[in-house]
Design a protein around this ligand. Structure first.
Ligand SMILES: [Zn+2]
Ligand SMILES: [Zn+2]
Length: 349
């Protein structure tokens, strides 16, 4: 009997958290994304290069074009068969820049005008947009898939997830992180017949989440603050990596002073889309759009995100668009509750 007050207390706290996480997510958006001066985002090797590339165009040989070529190649706009980069802004760079501009609705000038440089300087996901200058959906008009449309097989529709031991220096509260992850996974499982269950067993988990710095063994090195924020691999790889050097925020309202704060839940929600098999979307409002500014929260799946996930896995029979709000709060409650219990909260009771 003496356990009852504690259990009741936990249920009340979780219920209150629902109010601020379900429908209440609109609350969290009362702090609109601040305009980000592009220059402030121009950091690291790419940032240094960008400052010298204003209005660069075909025929120029400018210091920094090598870094631009690496950027275009790593995100799929320039063929991986090209090696030995120089600072020559040649025809191949021009067509890669045009493809980049077309993909994100920018004027196809082929030059590094202000709009294009601003786009390049915006922090983003490290997963490539295209494969060697081509994609399943050439103009990236909406949701996309990885090459070959990999997805989790029918026998594996209850995926387990775990994160690698948390480095204390990150300053991230583990309990809050677990709650945040449960919410991020739930956004997807609400619309498709795939469920996610937290586990302590990192090695055998289907989805392995971790914070890493620089080169961390998967040939996709992180680049320090801003730039590339995270990446994840297609099914059935399951790795979801976050750049440990970002200024991660679990609550932007509480971290008002952090001008470069990156909303962790937004990035996790995006990367889970990759874990499920979704590629990038060129629609700015979608969760699967590859770019996000600091101090921006974008966690609500749009119709495009939902359509992409449902094209891979079908529709969650409990999901019904307009009626989902009531269901959402109820199921989110149990998703968070079961996650916390499976992480060992029962030890406290
Ligand atoms: Zn991405
Ligand atoms: Zn990685």
């Amino acid at each position: 009997m003496e356990r009852m007050p504690l259990i009741s207390c936990i249920l009340i706290i979780l219920s209150l958290s629902l109010i601020s996480t379900g429908k209440g997510e609109r609350f969290w958006k009362i702090s609109p994304p601040e305009a980000q001066p592009a220059e402030r985002l121009w950091r690291g090797k790419l940032g240094e290069a960008l400052t010298g590339l204003v209005n660069a165009r075909k025929g120029n040989s400018v210091k920094g074009v090598t870094e631009l070529k690496k950027y275009l190649q790593s995100f799929g706009y320039l063929s991986h068969e090209i090696h030995n980069f120089t600072d020559s802004y040649d025809a191949r760079v021009e067509s890669a820049v045009k493809l980049y501009q077309r993909s994100f609705g920018l004027p196809e000038t082929g030059n590094l005008d202000a709009q294009t440089l601003t786009q390049i300087s915006t922090p983003r996901c490290g997963v490539a947009d295209l494969i060697d200058g081509s994609s399943v959906t050439p103009r990236l008009k909406h949701f996309t898939f990885f090459h070959g449309t990999p997805r989790w097989p029918r026998r594996k529709r209850n995926l387990s997830y775990a994160f690698s031991p948390l480095d204390k220096s990150l300053g991230i509260d583990e309990f809050q992180l677990r709650t945040l992850l449960a919410r991020a996974f739930h956004r997807w499982s609400r619309v498709i017949p795939v469920t996610f269950t937290a586990t302590e067993d990192f090695e055998s988990a289907d989805v392995k989440i971790g914070f890493f710095s620089g080169n961390h063994g998967d040939s996709q090195a992180f680049d320090g603050p801003l730039g590339t924020l995270g990446h994840a691999f297609c099914p059935q790889n399951g790795r979801l990596h976050l750049d440990a050097e970002e200024q991660w925020s679990l609550n932007l309202e509480e971290d008002k002073a952090a001008i470069d704060a990156i909303d962790l839940e937004s990035i996790c929600t995006h990367e889970i889309g990759h874990v499920l098999g979704l590629g990038h979307s060129s629609l700015k409002t979608t969760v699967m759009y590859p770019f996000i500014h600091p101090r921006t929260r974008k966690v609500d799946l749009t119709a495009d995100d939902v359509s992409g996930a449902q094209a891979l896995y079908g529709i969650n029979p409990h999901y019904s668009g307009g009626l989902h709000q009531a269901f959402d709060g109820f199921s989110l409650f149990f998703a968070v509750l079961s996650s916390l219990f499976s992480w060992g909260l029962f030890i406290l009771l």
